[in-house]
Design a protein around this ligand. Structure first.
Ligand code: ADP
Ligand code: MG
Length: 236
């Protein structure tokens, strides 16, 4: 089998952090459930993408991650599959609020993430609700009331619903900031910081970004604890 260093070199993976586990270079190496592996196989995926290979073993250790990789590199499943495993371990009551919160910059992206969560989480029987602006709140609130293990939200709409006291984030223990650079470009930083006040400090935080400018480094420093940094290609 290929060595860890050779795999990382071949895929331009650079990692920093304490005792970073070796990448999962095949789906067999992941130890994912047969149900999840079946979904992956049905989707036609033959090997993990580099960001998945390196971020899955880290995420499964419940550690914080900042992952820098360009668009189209498979970041969504990079955080969704470990979140299904996290949910299985927690077994929280979804009526009391979500266990997983994913923040996303746009409605379009949020609905794509939800679709992927539904597709790959079918066997895990997870409920995933999407909250975004530009649409009436009623249906979103009714969905929340039915219980959601995963909430995928744009920061503005989530704050509106928090202000109405219609969702509680006190059970959140797995937090994802997807497309962090884009959220900051869109001016969502104050909204994100407001949401963070409602999320328990004791949690796992995963941040995904395509670029690594100083604004993103700053918020990563504020929200992540001793993260493993995974960088794919020469983006930085
Ligand atoms: P990103 O968030 O990095 O832009 P996505 O998570 O949206 O990328 O994934 C891009 C595309 O690659 C999606 O269509 C997704 O279904 C597909 N994909 C994800 N993982 C794999 C894989 N291991 N092998 C092949 N395609 C994959
Ligand atoms: Mg993405």
């Amino acid at each position: 089998a290929e060595s860890c260093d050779s795999y990382r070199r071949r895929h331009e993976i650079t990692v920093t952090g304490d005792e970073v586990p070796p990448p999962f270079t095949s789906f067999e190496a992941t130890g994912f459930s047969p149900e999840i592996l079946r979904e992956v196989h049905q989707a036609g995926f033959s090997v993990p993408t580099p960001i998945q290979a390196q971020s899955w073993p880290v995420a499964l250790q419940s550690r914080d991650i900042v992952a820098i990789a360009k668009t189209g590199s498979g970041k969504t499943l990079g955080y969704l599959i470990p979140c299904f495993i996290h949910l299985k371990r927690r077994r929280n009551n979804s009526q009391l609020g979500p266990t997983v919160l994913v923040l996303s910059p746009t409605r379009e992206l949020a609905t794509q993430i939800q679709a992927e969560a539904v597709k790959f989480g079918k066997s895990s029987k997870i409920n995933c609700t999407c909250l975004y602006g530009g649409a009436p709140k009623g249906p979103q609130l009714r969905e929340l009331d039915r219980g959601a293990d995963i909430v995928v939200a744009t920061p503005g709409r989530l704050n509106d619903i928090l202000e109405m006291r219609r969702v509680s984030l006190h059970q959140v223990s797995y937090l994802v900031l997807d497309e962090a650079d884009r959220m900051l470009d869109m001016g969502f930083e104050p909204q994100i910081r407001k949401i963070m006040k409602e999320v328990p400090a004791l949690r796992q935080t995963l941040m995904y970004t395509a670029t690594w400018p100083k604004e993103v480094r700053k918020i990563a420093g504020d929200l992540l604890v001793n993260p493993v940094q995974v960088n794919i290609g020469n983006v930085d």
